[in-house]
Each structure stands twice: as C-alpha cells, then as structure tokens.
Design a protein around this ligand. Sequence first.
Ligand code: ZN
Length: 541
Amino acid sequence: MTEINAKIKVVPLENVKIDGGLIGEKNELVRKEVIPYQWMALNNEIPDADPSNAIENFRIAAGESDGDFIGMVFQDSDVAKWLEAVAYQLSTNPDQELEDLADSVIELIEKAQLDDGYLNTYFTIAEPDNRWTNLEECHELYCAGHMMEAAVAYYQATGKRKLLDVMIRFADLIDDKFGSEAGKMKGYPGHQEIELALIKLYNVTGDNKYKKLAKYFIDERGREPFYFNLEWEKRGGKSHWRDFRKMAGAEYYQAHKPVREQEVAVGHSVRALYMYSGMADVARETGDEELVKACRRLWNNTTKKQMYITGGVGSSGFGEAFTIDYDLPNDTAYTETCAAIALIFFAQRMFHLEARGEYIDVLEKALYNGVLSGISEDGRRFFYVNPLEVQPEVCENRHDHKHVKPTRQKWFGCACCPPNIARLLASIGEYIYSYSDKEIFVNLYADSTVEVKVNDKDITLKQQTEYPWDGNIGITISTDDDAEFTLALRIPAWCKNAELKVNGEIINITGLEDDGYVYINRNWSNGDKIELALDMSVEKV
Ligand code: ZN
C-alpha cells in the first residue's frame, strides 16, 4: 500500500468494554492496585524505596511548601503519566473519589504554572534563570509532552478543561519560543515525546499551530550544525549529568542526520520509538509520503533486525540503546519496559497508516512479553530492564550485568517505566479494535464488547474468548438494522492453521500474505456469529 490510509481510527476508550481474560485482569489490576500504589510512590509513601518527591516538587513550585527540588530533572513526567492513567481509567470506570484526587493534583499543577505559561518544577525551583538552556539533558519539552498527553486524556475522559487550558498556555509559550521563523530558537527536545503529544493537542483543539510545531521538531532534528553542541558552548561547557556528553553523541538523540534520511534505528531506544511514533502521526496528519517511507524503513530495521523474540528492543545498557543489527544478547539485554511500550505506540500508528497485520503482530508480542514482564502479578513490583536470561549472582558481581535486577523492584529513582505501564494498560481498550467508515478491525483477541458506527449504523460486537490461553474466539454481532460493512479479523503470522466460520458456514481464508487480515464483507444481521479458531500448537522458534 502506498497511499496514506488516514481513515482507520482508534475506537474511543469509552466504547470498549473489557469483560475479562488476561487483558481484563491487567486492566483491572491498574485500576485497583497500580494507580493507588503509584499515588503512594509519588508521595514518598513506599517504605525502603527511593523517594519520588514528585508531588512535593509541585507543591514547592506552587508556593504551598518549602524545600529543594528532589529527584530527576524529569520527575514531573511521573505525575503526568499517573494522571494520564487515571484519566483512561475514569473514562471506563467512573470513580468520584479518584476524580476528586486528580482534580486536586490538577489544581496544584495550575498553581505551579508561571504567569507566562511555563511549567516545570525543576527549573522553577532549582534553576529559574536557566530555562531552555539545556534542551539536550534537561527534558523540559519531554515533561511538557507528557503533561499534554495527560491533559488531553483527562479532558476526553471528564470533559474538564482545566489541565487542557494549562497545557494550551504552555504549548503556546513553546510555540512562541521554538520554530524556524526568525527570532525563534532552532532547538528540539533532547528526549522526544512532545511531537506525538502536540498531535494529540492538535486533534482535540483543531489548532494547526500544534501540528506545525510537531512537524518542526521532527524536521529540525539532525540538521547541521548540531544544536546540542551550540547550546553546550553557550552554557560555557556546563553539563547537568556528569560525563553524559562523553557517552551521548548525536546518534543517541537520533540527531545524526535528518530523520527522513535515517535508515536504521540508532541511539536511545525510547527516544527513537517516541520519535518514530511522532513521525507517523505527523505523516498521517499532513499526508507526507516521504515521512511514511522513513517510518517504514525504521520499522523494518527495528523489528526485523534489532528486536528480541519478546518484542524487547534496545539491547545495550550503555545508553539504553540500539546497537547493530542482530546484536541481541540474552543476559545483558536492556530491553527497557518503556521501549516495549514505545514500540506498541509506533506499531499502532503504523497500522493506522496502512492496515497491515505485521504491525499488530509486533504490538501483541511486545504487549504480552516485553511489557507484562515489567509488572508483577500484584501490580506493586516492576522491572525496568527485561533480560531473557538472569543469573542473580552474576548480576550482583559483574559490572556489565549491574543494570539487570534479578527481581522486580518496588520503585526506581528513575521511575519512567511503572507509570508508563499504568497508562498503557489503563488504555489497552484502544488497541483491541480499530474502525473506518466501512470496516471494523479486530486487532487483538480479548474478551470484550465494542460499540462503533460504521456505514451510519450502530454496531455492537461481543467477543468471547480465553485468548491467549487458547485460540478459540467467538464474535456476535448486534445491530438494530441489517448493516453492510467489512469485518476484518487479524490472523497472526505465527498461526499456521486458522479456521473461520460465519453462522456455522466455513469461510476460506485467503489473501493473508498481503496484509495478515481476513476481510469479510457482507450484509450483517443481528445475532450473526463468527467463530475463529487459531491453532496455537507449541513451536520451536
Ligand atoms: Zn522506562
């Protein structure tokens, strides 16, 4: 497929009800355990764990408390991801107490915002005169992006605009500051994330400037001269992290050449995959074919040459990075939980560009293996690093295994992964189905019910399955009137034998080599039943 298929969309979260199964259990775990636990973590209430101080930092910045900023320079993003997870959960399971708590956090965030719209507790508390002087290391645009995502999610879930308006003010400040126009800074984020967030902001506000700014950040990266060298010289050679600049060259930030010319995945894997997701978003919103081609190349390299069998990516602990093709050691694998999550974001966006099953195959693999490995059954312990082989005594005694923890941890000084899992699993309903004007795609198999409008008819699909524990899936259609549309079912590439029936009649599965979906176009009636059996025999890979 070469044309951008901008017609395939995410089904809004409130239209998907997860009824049970493994995905349902994990979704519920986030609601019942992970969100309350992480609230405790953000408030330094987990015994014997590194204190987060993230909420206290906002209190200090808001003038409600005294003290020094504690934590990573990007600590604000943990609050943002927690709020985003809360928003997703509120859109499917209203909870007044939780909403009140979130509202109080949002009020605090609003108070921490400065008069000109600036919002970042680290700089407000610790370095008020040094804003925008160290984009390379200090994550201002990254934190802004995460809070924009939270703001959009919270607005969509509750209809409340307060956080959205806060982030619109900040986005407008950023837009005044950065861009290719004369007088603006030609910088871009040291950690990508704001690119995809700006597209979300554009989608809810309809304001083109956010789309334009996202595109600017994508296209400015990789131009000569290297921006991070210029700002470093301007700072008089000062660094935030000791020795960081020795490790991180332009490739670390995917800034070694313009992103449209990049052939292979390099550098910090979460940065890379957030950026590829942003590129796919910008491509979709602008119809930019050249950018789609770049996304496809980077997808192919990432998933065909630099991905583990678990969907883990970023094999090197040094720089949390991609290395070279097929360099995938089992024991020193870094494969950060966030990288698997970011791969899921990229995969879903690629699917929405061109509806190919391979994207969802990778998404599914990363979800069940690379992501779920990162959280314990009780939702209170987490892996940051997800190796395929662990020998505890080796991890403790060998410097090149120091990043590998033999057991999941209560929390981390750098706690990017736990709230990232929370927001992904809280929004997992968005990944099960997709739709267009005339099609409903069943991407993931999970016990769930979806309501969508296709061909102007309201359709409900009820999916019943024990998947992934077995491969039998039943789908029942509910509709007031007969409705013509295409039901597209993913046949995973790993499945060698699949059997499909509609109302008991066998349907031949053909054409899969093209895109991995079987398309059933017919005039559907209320009560029509689809049975799909995916052979799940154990195989050696
Ligand atoms: Zn992480």
